[in-house]
Design a protein around this ligand. Structure first.
Ligand code: NAP
Length: 520
């Protein structure tokens, strides 16, 4: 039975209460049990506000950065344990590194950014003081201070290490203690992460707590100074956004939800070229890393009509080379989905999309495996569909697995219309060496996307890829993608603080700034 970590103590749930078995994604064995309900969180909320928050607010940004570095070092020291647990959730070593090393990287990155870009102080004065009156004796500026609240993280199952660390990095720097609620299917990986942190005792008391099981009753504990940071499906995001307490107390709410991300092959890219090969590589990587269970993964592949046969053939050939099976086998490139329920859901989604077209590669009902049993493990073949670009399902249904759909566009206007039919996405990739075409599509596509990744012959060798959120850049998309924003460098930290306009005499404004500069 997984424990929660509340008020600086590991707590077991009531032994008699209802619980869910969590199964190994590869063998079907029971890994752990997760209680239906998390323990009562009222005390944990008070502890975060009364103990964790004050401890963080007593530190400067630079001292908080030291906490991130210490946490990164503790996780790095024991990352092999996290890789081993991730394999039970179906992840290959590469997938696990994406999650675990990615989490370590984001902590270090934020620590370095805080030292370089934020003052050695606990608050921030933004911008130069601006004159507000005809004379010179009345000016205005913005002061950013830590909120005396907490961040409740409600996380998805697919990044059990990166997601809590990425949110914690920004929250701790902003002076907010964190309560992490992991998704049930991979809660055991996040629990181990928190054990690593607590064993190392690198964070002040009350700054990191873990709530395993449903936290629905705890939403009524949220207050005006808190942040509810959600990652998961658009359906759950819609529920939380409209929660009466969230609405009544104007609780700050950030949603990173699902989206039907796209790649667009430009009309100038010829089959056989390096750029075409790069396009095929990008698509197959996105479909197979973490078995396609990435919020940013490419689901829609937009190609010019005349190139559709070549694109289908090249992507199918690349997918045929992907070995699927037990992630512990060295020759396996793609592991399992997180659970049988998730596999069945992806099968349903693939069939719904294929009703508007046909399966070109892969079969949702059949898979050839290395060192694994297709009945016991949550395995799925890679699936490529060709569909009517104007049908609804390819733009509406998110198959959260190794499934993507090729959609042939008539002309550039058709391509940009199709991009917008995702109703808001986290990321899209444009593949072209034609700068005027790229700029035209970029301008049309930007309002519908959180991030646009342009692949051309010049950056092909160095791209970090379509699917990787980076600390320097915004992560989050409009509309269906949740309308949220994370990362984007220190902006992600400052956005978690209270920004207050201060109108005062230049003497007071100068003193505010000087005290910040003196400590820096
Ligand atoms: P989910 O079913 O929406 O669950 C997400 C989290 O919300 C889980 O911790 C879940 O807890 C909790 N939850 C569910 N219903 C709730 C309710 N009524 N009140 C409070 N909490 C509730 O999503 P998932 O299946 O874990 O994750 C897959 C989805 O996440 C995909 O659609 C993917 O696109 C999206 N995602 C988005 C991003 C992004 O950054 N945009 C990143 C990763 C994943 P339980 O597990 O205990 O039910």
């Amino acid at each position: 039975m997984l424990q929660s970590y509340l008020k600086d103590t590991w707590v077991s749930p009531a032994a008699s209460g209802p619980a869910t078995d969590v199964h190994d994604a590869v063998t079907g064995e029971v890994v752990c049990r997760v209680a239906a309900q998390a323990p009562d969180l009222a005390g944990a909320f008070d502890h975060a506000r009364d103990v964790g928050g004050p401890a963080l607010r007593a530190l400067t940004f630079h001292q908080r950065a030291d906490l991130l570095d210490a946490l990164a070092a503790a996780v790095r020291e024991r990352r092999e344990e996290l890789y081993a647990l991730s394999a039970r959730a179906g992840a290959t070593l590469l997938d696990a590194r994406y999650d675990v090393d990615g989490g370590i990287r984001v902590l270090r990155d934020y620590a370095a950014r805080a030292r370089a870009e934020l003052p050695d102080d606990g608050y921030l004065v933004e911008g130069p003081a601006e004159r507000l009156a005809r004379g010179e004796d009345f000016v205005g500026l913005h002061l950013c201070t830590p909120s005396p609240g907490l961040m409740l993280q409600v996380n998805a199952f697919n990044f059990p290490v990166w997601a809590p660390l990425e949110k914690l990095a920004q929250a701790l720097l902003a002076g907010l203690p964190g309560i992490v609620k992991p998704a049930t299917p991979t809660a055991y990986v996040t629990e181990h992460l928190v054990r690593i942190a607590t064993d190392a005792a690198v964070l002040p008391p009350g700054t990191l707590q873990l709530a395993v099981g449903s936290i629905r009753p705890a939403l009524d504990l949220l207050g005006e100074q808190d942040v509810l940071s959600f990652t998961g499906s658009a359906a759950t995001a819609a529920l939380l956004r409209a929660h009466p307490r969230v609405v009544a107390r104007s609780v700050r709410f950030n949603a990173e939800a699902d989206s039907v991300n796209a790649i667009v092959l430009g009309p100038d890219v010829r089959p056989g070229s390096d750029l075409f090969a790069g396009f095929v590589r990008e698509v197959t990587t996105e479909m197979t890393v973490k078995a396609g269970q990435k919020c940013t993964a490419i689901r829609r592949i937009l190609v010019p009509r005349e190139v559709e046969p070549a694109a289908l053939a090249a992507i199918s050939a690349a997918l045929s080379a992907v070995t699927i099976g037990n992630p512990a086998s060295p020759e396996v490139r793609m592991g399992a989905l997180v659970s049988l329920a998730q596999r069945d859901e992806v099968r349903r989604a693939a069939r719904t999309i294929a009703a508007a077209g046909r399966f070109v590669h892969g079969d949702p009902g059949k898979v050839t495996l290395v060192d694994a049993d297709a009945e016991r493990g949550a395995f799925l073949d890679t699936i490529l569909i060709a569909a009517d670009p104007d049908a609804g399902a390819p733009h509406e249904v998110e198959p959260f697995g190794p499934v993507a759909t090729v959609l042939a566009y008539r002309d550039t206007a058709h391509a940009t219309d199709l991009l917008a039919r995702g109703r808001g996405s986290l990321a899209a990739t444009l593949v072209s060496d034609d700068i005027p075409w790229t700029l035209a599509v970029l301008r049309q596509a930007a309002p519908w996307h959180g991030r646009l990744h342009v692949l051309d012959t010049a950056d092909l060798g160095q791209t970090t890829g379509h699917g990787s959120p980076l600390a320097a850049l915004k992560h989050g998309g409009p509309g269906r993608a949740g309308g949220g924003s994370e990362l984007a460098g220190v902006r992600g930290v400052v956005d978690l603080m209270q920004r207050t306009a201060v109108q005062a005499s230049p003497r007071l404004a100068a003193t505010l700034r000087a005290s910040e500069q003196a400590r820096s």
